[in-house]
Design a protein around this ligand. Structure first.
Ligand SMILES: Cc1cc2nc3c(=O)[nH]c(=O)nc-3n(C[C@H](O)[C@H](O)[C@H](O)COP(=O)(O)OP(=O)(O)OC[C@H]3O[C@@H](n4cnc5c(N)ncnc54)[C@H](O)[C@@H]3O)c2cc1C
Length: 404
């Protein structure tokens, strides 16, 4: 096939991965990004210990993408977690598996990997254009806002890899949603994923405990029961254990208007034992002392029981034991998408074909977080962005061949 002009808009993990595949196929690839540098969210992800993929059994791994798991399967099969590690290694970044099964670069950050990646792409002939903000379609071309004013560019095929809408100051702000909706592309509203939640704490509780971690607890929602820790914030609750429940809590809030995260504050003891230990406490000593001696709870855990328990429950050992084992935290709404780790929603899978081409816009493809899938934290997000970037690139190759 003769070399074609390919425009990739969005220089995050999905767009750069597609650029790698398409330039290897001999095409003239240009990656455009609205920001002054590429991969800003990838770099930020690296600030908190880049979690590049996950080592769990692949059959389980492939189910982590909720309703989109089946649809993503072909892309994931073609670029598995083992492939992600081999790819990082080919760029000089070795990885290791943490005790949780999460896979990290040994240097724990993204910058050396991104630097080596951009260098390799340029060596393969990829043109990297920053400060080119895509603004839509006109005259059969793509329009960009650039430092030299508005410009229209033409390509033989285009990949959109514009990300979701979390952390908008890093470049991905969901500004593409109305541009594609106008063209008849089906898009599910972008929503916060892997996010914190608001809780109506009393002023006394939040003034005293905002920032306090709740360690060694178990939490339950429609998503299941998971052990770990989370943090009390001024607004409510946040941290990786809350993120694990965020899709379930968000969806229940949308369905029913209310949702609760159930917290077991003493996972090592059963309710019966707790009740006996609490019953043995002298009713004349303070509640805090009874809770500390009878249940081993103090600090933020004790304050949380006091904050959420009714007076009757606090005074009755049997009710108190049950409360400690299953304390319901009522959440009122997810934190705004700008604060979330990732986005749910995006271009619906029925709006793209098997090649990741938009059915409403032949020759225009999409990949990465702008597609309608979500996954927990743990390396699943980046793996699916890499995998869909590669799958869309393969789709572009296929489509270009079918055009000759
Ligand atoms: C704090 C934080 C920590 C994270 N940690 C992890 C982790 O450890 N592991 C993991 O798997 N995932 C992690 N993620 C998620 C992961 O970073 C994202 O899922 C991933 O970067 C999405 O890749 P993408 O290529 O689809 O989009 P993005 O990385 O968002 O890239 C999209 C690009 O498109 C550009 N763009 C957007 N609109 C336009 C436009 N109109 N014109 C031109 N350019 C445009 C943006 O500037 C951006 O460079 C984390 C996210 C955050 C916020």
């Amino acid at each position: 096939m003769t070399a074609k002009q390919i425009a990739i808009i969005g220089g995050g993990p999905a767009g750069l991965m597609a650029a790698e595949v398409l330039s290897s196929s001999g095409h003239a690839v240009t990656v455009y990004d609205g920001m002054p540098t590429f991969g800003r969210k990838f770099l930020l992800a690296g600030k908190s210990g880049l979690n590049i993929t996950h080592s769990e059994d692949y059959q389980r791994f492939a189910t982590r993408f909720g309703a989109a798991s089946d649809r993503l399967r072909t892309a994931l099969d073609a670029f598995t977690p083992a492939d992600v590690q081999a790819w990082a290694s080919s760029l000089g970044t070795e990885t290791f598996t943490g005790t949780s099964g999460r896979v990290f670069p040994t240097v724990m950050k993204a910058s050396p990997l991104l630097r080596a990646w951009l260098k390799r792409l340029e060596a393969q002939g990829v043109k990297l254009m920053t400060r080119h903000r895509w603004t839509g379609f006109a005259d059969d071309g793509l329009t960009f806002d650039t430092p030299n004013g508005l410009t229209t560019l033409h390509s033989d095929a285009t990949l959109l890899a514009l990300g979701g809408a979390s952390w908008p100051r890093l470049g991905a702000d969901g500004g593409w949603v109305p541009l594609l909706r106008d063209k008849g592309v089906g898009i599910a509203d972008l929503q916060p994923a892997n996010c914190g939640f608001d809780v109506d704490w009393s002023d006394v509780f939040k003034d005293r405990f905002a920032g306090a971690p709740l360690k060694s607890v178990a939490t339950t929602s429609d998503a299941g029961t998971f052990p770990g820790e989370f943090v009390i914030s001024r607004h409510g609750i946040e941290g990786s254990l809350v993120y694990a429940h965020s899709a379930a809590l968000r969806d229940r809030l949308a369905r029913q208007g209310t949702a609760t995260l159930i917290v077991d504050l003493a996972p090592g003891r059963n309710a019966e034992r707790l009740m006996k230990d609490l019953s043995r406490q002298d009713g004349k000593v303070s509640f805090s002392n009874r809770l500390r001696k009878g249940a081993g709870l103090e600090g933020v855990k004790a304050a949380l029981v006091r904050e959420l328990g009714s007076q009757a429950a606090l005074n009755d050992p049997a009710q108190l034991a049950l409360l400690i084992k299953a304390l319901p935290i009522p959440v009122t709404r997810p934190r705004p998408i700008a604060e979330a780790i990732s986005s749910a929603g995006g271009i619906r899978f029925d709006a793209v074909d098997e090649r990741y081409m938009l059915k409403a816009l032949p020759g225009v493809f999409a990949a990465g977080e702008m597609l309608d899938w979500e996954a927990p934290t743990g390396g699943y997000l980046l793996t699916a962005c890499f995998a869909t970037g590669r799958a869309a690139a393969a789709g572009i190759n296929q489509w270009l061949k079918s055009q000759v």
